[in-house]
Design a protein around this ligand. Structure first.
Ligand code: G3H
Ligand code: 13P
Ligand code: NA
Ligand code: ZN
Length: 323
């Protein structure tokens, strides 16, 4: 069955790698994730956002995730699979996911005042641990939009708060803000420099803050949200096949590799998958205007997504051969 994240995080922190946390909203995304993880022998965290629940129905998503455990075995290798609520914003939502059979939840109280965040997170932890469900909390606010919550600027995690927060709440992992953000436009062009090809180069992540956090809570599992790299070659395929993505810029993969070697043991990637699927679909439909069977364009999109995930696992996160 599904597992919680406790053992996976312990091994990842000790081993200097990160577990992939990939979002899914439909069958093709799930197939791509599971087959990529089976082929690379990687553990995986399947993430469901509130938006995913609204789009696809939580009962269907839960049963897809449960089916994924068997599907992986059918593909030839048993991998640990976590079903995780991404960016839960209330106790009731977390409770409902736990009742449904999720093995892990995030309670994102990062936009609340500190004391309120502590109180809400502790409440979720107390309930979740009765069912052996692991809980991710968050300190610091990422720039950009997460579901309904949005912030124009980054509020970096304050290292002086982390020890008190994990002690008072009992959380199993902590998401931090060190300069990543959600979506495909992570930085404003004026924050970046341009290389000779005109590609926007973002400012580096705040590894100084990460190191300070690691000193305060040594070995404690850290989570990085907003970790898509927004590959320029995918943006190019989209835009040369009728798309119009402007000023798209993400986190360079060498920085994520560095983060994965630290106490960062869960890295969240959604936007890069969206870009890979969209690029494949736009290209296919552009080249095959006579086709109208969804399997004809969703098939290549699923294949492109699987290749992207394998690349992330092997070349960025280092979670291959850890299952
Ligand atoms: O945190 C954001 C994730 O990429 C999920 O996005 O809320 O549009 O499903 P979503
Ligand atoms: P990206 O938008 O960078 O893929 O981040 C996804 C995420 O953090 C989901 O929680
Ligand atoms: Na790590
Ligand atoms: Zn996130």
């Amino acid at each position: 069955g599904l597992v919680n994240s406790r053992e996976l995080f312990k091994k990842a922190v000790d081993g200097g790698y990160a577990i992939p946390a990939f979002n899914f909203n439909n069958l093709e995304q799930l197939q791509a994730i599971v087959s990529a993880c089976v082929e690379t022998k990687s553990p995986v965290i399947l993430q469901v956002s509130s938006g995913a629940r609204k789009y696809a129905n939580q009962t269907l998503l839960k049963n897809l995730a449960k089916g994924a455990v068997e599907y992986a075995e059918e593909l030839g290798y048993k991998i640990p699979i976590v079903l995780h609520l991404d960016h839960g914003d209330t106790f009731e939502l977390c409770k409902s996911c736990i009742e449904m059979g999720f093995s892990s939840v995030m309670i994102d109280g990062s936009h609340h005042p500190y004391e309120k965040n502590v109180e809400l997170t502790a409440q979720v932890v107390e309930y979740a641990h009765k069912y052996d469900v692991t809980v991710e909390g968050e300190l610091g606010v990422l720039a950009g939009i997460e579901d309904d919550v949005q912030s124009d600027v980054t509020h970096y995690t304050k290292p002086e708060e982390v020890e008190d927060f994990v002690k008072k709440t009992g959380v199993d992992s902590l998401a931090i803000s060190i300069g990543t953000s959600h979506g495909a436009n992570k930085f404003k062009p004026e924050q970046c420099t341009r290389n000779e090809d005109g590609i926007l180069i973002p400012p580096p992540l705040r590894f100084d803050i990460l190191e300070e956090i690691e000193k305060r809570i040594p070995g404690f599992p850290i989570v990085l949200h907003g970790a898509s790299s927004v590959p320029p070659e995918l943006v190019k395929i989209i835009n040369s096949n009728g798309g119009r993505l402007k000023d798209a810029v993400g986190i360079p993969e060498d920085q994520l590799r560095r983060a994965a070697r630290s106490a960062v043991c869960k890295i969240n990637i959604d936007s890069d998958g969206r870009l890979a699927m969209t690029a494949a679909i736009r290209k296919y439909l552009n080249e095959h205007p006579e086709e109208f069977d969804p399997r004809k364009y969703l098939g290549p999109a699923r294949e492109a997504l699987k290749e992207l995930y394998k690349h992330k696992i092997v070349n960025v996160l280092g979670s291959n051969d850890k299952a």
